[in-house]
Design a protein. Structure first.
Length: 276
């Protein structure tokens, strides 16, 4: 991403409202960040008893399960300026067909009740890209390669069919509080894919990027969210481990040429500040 001049903002605008569908690890962090910046925030949880967790952080809480009709959901969507959809697809646990069917229902609900001027940010994944080859950017074309990737791409298409201005953000591996991939990697042996690129992003930069998308005049339709570095996983995690005085993870294939490097070619007034 290339750095441009920041958009002008009006500090005296009326208080805006954010809705977060899926207040999980990322969604909750986004909600807290926007509250600090003076926004009203609504959030959804799957269980009634979890609403108090959101309310403790001044988030107006709603129970909502993807794929279910809920009378309160129209109230959740009421008067929103920005909607963040951050529901993990859970494709390892359930069927892709079920996930896409539920997302189609969400699309119909949004068409009925979401304000026309509300922006929509949809959290997707760089898992859409093939497991080899590259580099891959927002402009890349490739052959379909897995059921999971096909489902992710189909989900993106569903959201892009909304009349509202929307942006699909393909996050790479998110790291931050409670998420340190090195800790789990050093406990494994013979980890395949040492030649694949370490495509990562710190949660703090993810929050900064989502805030920017709430402020700029025009949204990109698609955006890769990945820290700009070009290094193999085997080399990256070995360097990290040695710097911490730990034994490096045991990767295989580290001698192969770098593959699956993911970049962004979308020009935004944004510069990454948190090395991974």
């Amino acid at each position: 991403m290339t750095l441009q001049s920041m958009p002008k903002t009006n500090e005296h605008q009326p208080t805006k409202s954010l809705g977060v569908i899926g207040c999980g690890w990322l969604g909750m962090a986004v909600a807290k960040d926007f509250i600090k910046k003076g926004w009203r925030v609504k959030g959804t949880v799957r269980k009634e008893e979890n609403k108090s967790v959101l309310e403790a952080h001044n988030i107006q809480a709603f129970k909502y399960i993807l794929g279910k009709q809920d009378a309160d959901f129209s109230s959740f969507l009421n008067n929103l300026d920005l909607l963040l959809i951050a529901v993990p697809p859970g494709l390892r646990k359930g069927s892709a067909h079920e996930y896409l069917k539920n997302l189609e229902l969400l699309k119909r609900q949004l068409k009925e009740d979401l304000p026309a001027g509300c922006r929509v940010l949809f959290i997707s994944s760089t898992g859409v890209y093939p497991s080899q080859g590259g580099p891959y950017s927002e402009h890349s074309s490739w052959e379909a390669h897995s059921e999971k990737a096909d489902a992710l791409l189909a989900a993106e298409k569903i959201i892009s069919q909304l009349a509202q201005e929307s942006c699909v953000i393909r996050f790479s591996g998110l790291i931050g509080p409670g998420r340190d991939p090195l800790r789990s990697l050093i406990q494994r042996d013979h980890i395949a894919g040492g030649h694949l690129a370490a495509n990562l992003i710190d949660q703090k930069d993810g929050l900064r990027l989502l805030w920017l998308l709430s402020q700029i005049e025009q949204l990109p339709r698609l955006l890769n969210a990945v820290y700009p570095q070009k290094i193999k996983k085997a080399d990256f995690y070995s360097q990290k481990a040695l710097a911490l005085g730990m034994s490096p993870p045991n990767f295989t294939q580290g001698n192969l040429a770098l593959a699956r490097h993911i970049v962004s070619e979308i020009e935004l007034p944004f510069k990454y500040k948190h090395p991974v």
